[in-house]
Design a protein around this ligand. Structure first.
Ligand code: RUQ
Ligand code: CUA
Length: 683
């Protein structure tokens, strides 16, 4: 009877293995993607009746049916765009398909994330090492602004940069494997805001500060604000071939202690310039606890702040000519140098602005002032002319030349309350988020865009209500030299009555807006709750521009170096190598076993564990965890990982695959035996 049972178990296991092997081959053999019907759809009268019945039962209106038809994406049909969204305080980036609004992936950047095995690779994890600031682990970020790498001002689909406002850091994601490769910490400042924004060929990734501080972790009391506190902008040099920021070729510029805000790089005729907003040119220092006006009042007294205009090509030349001074080891062009060399100019911009956005043709920079119902349009040609011909209205308190507002202003357009950010389409329209109005405004651009739309240039065309309190918005490729139009995402901060209540903490609401027809038509198509952090900006790229790897290029690939790793174990050569108390484990993973399955070490051993997934089938991912040692890896096909730890707690540790990889996934396990120092027979 026992034998029969064993036989049955073996037969069952063989069947399961056959099933798992068959399943594994299927995606390579024939595509399981849904076929696109070639015959155009025609509804029979009976189907119309049935559809109407379903719609009535669900209390849907005709426009809802159209919205569903425009967004519903059947199983196996791919989205047209990928939205890369900041993940706010989650510290991550979210990738979302458009128009389906399906969450495709979270990309771990500033926060350890166990599913991706990000930051759970033992004592010398290179991910954790990058999360250290001044010797302390900082394992979260407040991600605000993603920037896709650009070539000629267009997204090229190669890299993604994301700023961490809370800690003045920037992450670099490689879009071949959608993994973070680098975290760069700004040595000058604690926190920032204007990151990340790229120059048109990703020569530099721009990071501007926000709350002024004493650069380089200096100290000064608020009464020394004007002398000691400073703002800054940093130009991180991007090395595309290496896929890394080259910190040794990067530099910064000292700025007055106004609170610099968002940035954008010029393009086309304005390539070479960078624009940065500011607020609190009042240099208010708060102190409500001492009876002084609070920051919110002190920083909003004047009618205008300063738009910063930086000639980054000239600044780069000054840096290369050795004109920078070091602060905390980092080269900084002083304000005096910037003024003397003509690198920095200001022009007045209406009250407490927030976003500055350059039009696709590079001819205008649009500033939205949160306390002003207008957007202000600056002409970049007029800015260049005012710089060349010294059309100044004066200097600021730090000696920076101020370009006369009337000499550089092109237009002002009244849109509504609380304008923040602006994006563009292919029909000569601009779209601005209105925070206080909870609306998206469509308005008409002038100049060479005037012939693209029927409206009078520089006028409000229509507003669509969104729900609620919109911050950023993003149109399809809407900040490139050639926007697509079609879709726009309203990134709403509040969602009060849109979804079921999820306790007192509610999700944000991403609303998909149809901007495909011009004029006054601009319906909301879909609501997507985002319950994993409060995103700020996002960018939407045409999906076919992304050239993602299906599996790692070769077995033994190290994603940290993006190359084949010479230390990767070879099949047939697995095992444990001991040298005193130094132990090296060479392990392979394949459906459905690890080799070796038993690993014996002694208490106190220093263990270096090398593990490679010997798989070539897409999606055949394994995991690897050691409970109690805070170790979990995600081993995608071909991936090699190395981790180390001190085996300081003896015991018998089941080790197992954490990804349901096959029918015999539960059997994909082994034991780590950590022999106690005082065990019988130990040294
Ligand atoms: S900022 S809306 Cu970084 Cu506008 Cu958030
Ligand atoms: Cu490998 Cu589960």
């Amino acid at each position: 009877m026992t034998r029969v049972k064993a036989g049955m178990v073996l037969a069952l296991a063989a069947g399961l293995m056959a099933t798992s092997a068959g399943f594994a081959q299927q995606p390579e053999g024939k595509s399981r993607r849904r076929r696109v019907e070639e015959k155009p759809l025609e509804l029979t009268p009976a189907q119309v009746t049935e559809l109407t019945k379903v719609a009535n039962e669900r209390k849907l209106k005709v426009e809802d049916l159209f919205a569903a038809a425009k967004t519903y994406t059947p199983s196996g049909v791919m989205d047209e765009y990928v939205l890369f969204s900041s993940g706010g305080q989650s510290g991550q980036v979210f990738a979302i398909g458009v128009p389906s609004m399906r969450l495709l992936r979270s990309i771990a950047v500033f926060t350890p994330e166990s599913w991706q095995g990000y930051g759970f690779a033992g004592d010398n994890d290179p991910v954790r090492a990058q999360m250290r600031i001044n010797g302390r682990d900082v394992t979260w970020g407040d991600t605000h602004h993603p920037a896709l790498s650009e070539t000629g001002g267009d997204y090229d689909g190669q890299f993604l940069f994301i700023g961490d406002k809370a800690n003045a850091r920037m992450g670099v994601v490689d879009l071949r494997d959608w993994e973070t490769k680098q975290i760069v910490k700004n040595p000058l400042t604690v926190s920032d805001h204007g990151a990340a924004f790229v120059t048109p060929n990703t020569e530099y990734v721009v990071e501007s500060g926000q709350y002024a501080t004493v650069l380089g972790y200096g100290y000064a009391t608020p009464d020394k604000y004007k002398e000691s506190y400073r703002g800054m902008v940093t130009f991180w040099k991007f090395d595309r071939a290496k896929g890394r920021v080259d910190t040794s070729a990067s530099f910064a510029m000292e700025l007055p202690p106004y609170w610099q805000d968002l940035a954008d790089a010029g393009k086309g005729p304005s390539d070479g310039l960078v624009f940065i907003n500011s607020f609190n040119v009042e240099m208010a220092t708060g102190g409500v606890e001492k009876g002084k006006p609070p920051f919110e009042a002190g920083a909003s007294q004047r009618d205008t702040d300063y738009l910063h205009i930086i000639d980054w090509k000239k600044a780069e030349a000054a840096f290369k000519a050795g004109k920078a001074e070091k602060i905390n080891g980092f080269p900084v062009l002083s304000l005096a140098t910037s003024v003397a060399e003509g690198l920095l100019f200001f022009t007045p911009e209406p009250k407490s602005p927030h976003g500055v956005d350059v039009t696709p043709n590079g001819q205008y920079a649009i500033v939205a002032g949160k306390l002003d119902p207008h957007v202000t349009v600056f002409s970049t040609a007029k800015i260049r002319d005012a710089i060349a011909n010294q059309k100044f209205s004066g200097k600021d308190e730090f000696g920076v030349n101020v370009l006369a507002f009337d000499a550089v202003k092109e237009a002002q357009v009244e849109l509504g309350l609380g304008p923040l950010h602006t994006q563009f389409d292919d029909k000569g329209y601009a779209y601005t988020s209105l925070f206080l109005d909870s609306a998206v405004a469509r308005w008409s651009l002038g100049g060479e865009y005037a012939s693209k739309h029927p409206e009078k240039p520089w006028t409000l065309v229509t507003k669509t209500p969104v729900h609620y309190n919109i911050g950023h918005l993003c149109a399809a490729e809407g900040d490139t030299v050639s926007p697509d139009g079609k879709y726009l995402i309203a990134m709403n901060k509040w969602s009060v009555d849109r979804f079921l209540t999820t306790g007192p903490l509610l999700p944000q609401n991403f609303q998909l807006v149809d901007i495909s027809s011009g004029g006054t038509t601009m319906p909301v198509l879909y609501d997507m709750p985002v319950g994993v952090g409060e995103p700020h900006y996002c960018q939407m790229i045409k999906a076919d521009k992304l050239k993602s790897w299906a599996v790692y290029p070769e077995v033994g690939w190290n994603p940290h170096t993006q190359s084949l790793d010479p230390n990767s174990p070879k099949q047939g050569k697995e095992g444990v190598i001991r040298d005193g108390s130094q132990v090296i484990v060479n392990m392979t993973a394949i459906r459905s076993h690890f080799t070796p399955e038993h690993v014996e070490v002694n208490e106190g051993d220093h263990v270096t564990w090398r593990i490679v997934a010997v798989e070539r089938t897409q999606d055949a991912t394994h995991g690897f965890c050691i409970g109690g040692y805070n170790i979990n890896l995600s081993l995608e096909p071909g991936e090699y990982q190395e981790f180390s730890f001190v085996a300081d707690r003896p015991g018998t540790y089941p080790i197992y695959c954490t990804e349901f990889c096959s029918a015999l996934h539960l059997e994909m396990m082994g034991y780590l035996h950590v022999k106690p120092a005082n065990a019988v027979g130990s040294k």
